[in-house]
Design a binder for this molecule. Structure first.
Ligand code: ZN
Length: 350
């Protein structure tokens, strides 16, 4: 049974999480704004999605003696954007991670994540990178840099913003982000895969017990990432492209030539033509050759029109498109999918 969770409950988590933010100002009797006012003011801007929210509230306070920033969010003194930046900029983003995790745990306690669970009670967490800022003029020591073709340097701030997702649902649940930025003791620039591994190490203890399968694109289908995810208690489903895994595809081709790949097919009429999803499945594949390997399973899903698929099978392809996506799975998930596909396949044969 799901239980409701009010805005006040979520606000209480926010207030508790910002109660002890570090204050980088020198102690002064003239300090007008508290760190809590700065954090709540920033939250108000993001919550209302209105950059001028605080300015409007200040005018409301001056003209009518009251404002919504206080009643809605508990802001005592309304700081302006610049004051918020001055107060919050020195604070590491990780100070806010416990708030995001506390919201996740509260949702879980209230059974509000139950309807997100798929593939045998798993929560799917999509890892994907995004860039929040880029400039050729403004930069800081935490920027990544890239040389542009015009000789200029581009400074930018990327981050991984993991979210709990569920097929056919538009809502997502945010989890703590991981910023891709220069790391102490590393001469090389930071990258998405490294940040993904840091995220796993930082949050495995809090998240892995909730049965989490990580989803990622091809850049995550690397031995160190997959091995770390498994060791820390996560499952994974990641895209695996032929050009980045030539050896793996050689082995898959061998099994395919020797009928070693399980396959099943699902057809449905989409109103215009018969669409076919062809699933091919191989268990116990080594991600790499050599000493240190992770055993994974591989799935190829080809989506196509039935007519195109028939021509493909006769190797007489004339027009029409088919799209194949190959992913690799961690073993426990793979075993289950194998069972599912095996059942689907036996039903289709009837
Ligand atoms: Zn920067």
């Amino acid at each position: 049974m799901t239980q409701s969770l009010s805005f006040d409950d979520l606000q209480a988590i926010l207030h508790q999480g910002i109660a002890h933010l570090p204050d980088h100002r020198k102690p002064s009797p003239n300090t007008r704004y508290t760190m809590q006012d700065a954090a709540l003011g920033a939250f108000g801007i993001f919550f209302t999605q209105a950059p001028s929210f605080l300015e409007y509230q200040r005018r409301l306070q001056a003209s009518q003696g009251r404002n919504n920033a206080q009643t809605l969010f508990g802001v005592q003194q309304i700081p302006c954007d610049n004051q918020i930046r001055t107060l919050l900029d020195p604070i590491a983003p990780s100070h806010f991670d416990p708030i995001v995790l506390a919201v996740f745990q509260r949702l879980e306690q209230h059974h509000l994540l139950d309807s997100f669970r798929v593939l045998g009670d798993q929560l799917l967490v999509a890892l994907d990178g995004t860039t929040s800022f880029s400039s050729q003029a403004i930069h800081c020591p935490n920027c990544l840099t890239r040389q542009l073709s015009n000789g200029q340097t581009l400074y930018y701030h990327p981050a991984i913003t993991p979210v709990v997702v569920c097929p056919r649902r538009s809502q997502v649940i945010a989890l703590p982000p991981e910023y891709i930025m220069p790391q102490d003791g590393h001469a090389k620039q930071d990258c998405e895969q490294m940040a993904g591994k840091r995220w796993i190490r930082h949050h495995a203890q809090a998240l892995a017990p909730h049965h989490v399968t990580l989803l990622g694109d091809d850049l995550y289908s690397k031995q160190p990432f997959c091995a770390l995810a498994l060791a820390q208690g996560f499952n994974f489903i990641v895209v695996c492209k032929p050009d980045s895994h030539p050896k793996l595809y050689e082995r898959v081709a061998f099994w395919q030539a020797n009928d070693g790949i399980t396959a099943c097919e699902r057809r449905h009429w989409n109103g215009r033509f018969t669409a076919v999803a062809l699933y091919r499945f191989l268990n116990d594949v080594l991600l790499l050759e050599g000493q240190e390997v992770t055993t994974i399973a591989l799935s190829r899903i080809t989506r196509s029109r039935l007519t195109t698929l028939r021509r493909l099978r006769k190797r007489a392809v004339v027009g029409g498109r088919s799209q194949t996506k190959t992913t690799i799975f961690s073993r426990p998930r793979a075993t289950m999918l194998h069972t599912t596909l095996g059942m689907a396949s036996s039903i289709l044969r009837r």
